[in-house]
Design a protein around this ligand. Sequence first.
Ligand SMILES: CC(C)(COP(=O)(O)OP(=O)(O)OC[C@H]1O[C@@H](n2cnc3c(N)ncnc32)[C@H](O)[C@@H]1OP(=O)(O)O)[C@@H](O)C(=O)NCCC(=O)NCCS
Length: 182
Amino acid sequence: MTMDKRLTPSELVRIFARVQTERLILRRPRATDGSAMFRVHGDPETYRYTPVDPDPDLATSEATLRRWLDQWDEEGYGYWAVALQQTQDEVIGFGGVRRFVWRERDIANLYYRLTPAVWGNGYAAEVAQAAVQFARAHLSHLPVVARIRAANIPSLRTAERSGLLRRPDLDEDEHLIFALGW
Ligand SMILES: CC(C)(COP(=O)(O)OP(=O)(O)OC[C@H]1O[C@@H](n2cnc3c(N)ncnc32)[C@H](O)[C@@H]1OP(=O)(O)O)[C@@H](O)C(=O)NCCC(=O)NCCS
């Protein structure tokens, strides 16, 4: 019988705070990542399929960043800042999993948003695969879920390549659902 032991936030943060994939560094965001947050979340191109407007100003992106950092502090994991190993510190986007309540259950919500200059290189797939692997291995009590608009083909492809399964039985009016562990 396997024990589903839940890791504490201090154990989780040691696992999640810095992850290296083939080409990327996935790291806990820092308070100084506000301008990178705004570069990605203020760019209308990255909101083409998202029903909300891009962030109107730096302060809005910084407020979101603070909420993400608070969640890291409390829970030991959350969305990563994504950098290329080649350039180390230049943030090209954000993604990963954070705990989220959906249908009255805690889930590990899968997310990715990269700056358009780097699209088409398979980086999102690399982020998503690492996020799903880490969530299944270390947050096994949480289903991993991605909710994606049907028109957002790059995002659908990324979810497929992450290892999540398409779940038409869970679809919503606005979103197609991919999941593992639900
Ligand atoms: C979704 C997103 C993260 C994908 O990033 P990416 O690094 O370009 O992804 P990949 O290079 O792994 O490509 C994923 C798929 O999209 C396709 N794609 C990439 N850029 C594309 C473009 N400009 N137009 C159409 N398809 C594109 C790729 O061909 C690939 O499909 P394939 O597996 O059939 O080859 C990126 O498009 C993005 O940040 N979008 C805006 C934010 C968003 O919609 N996030 C998800 C919902 S919250």
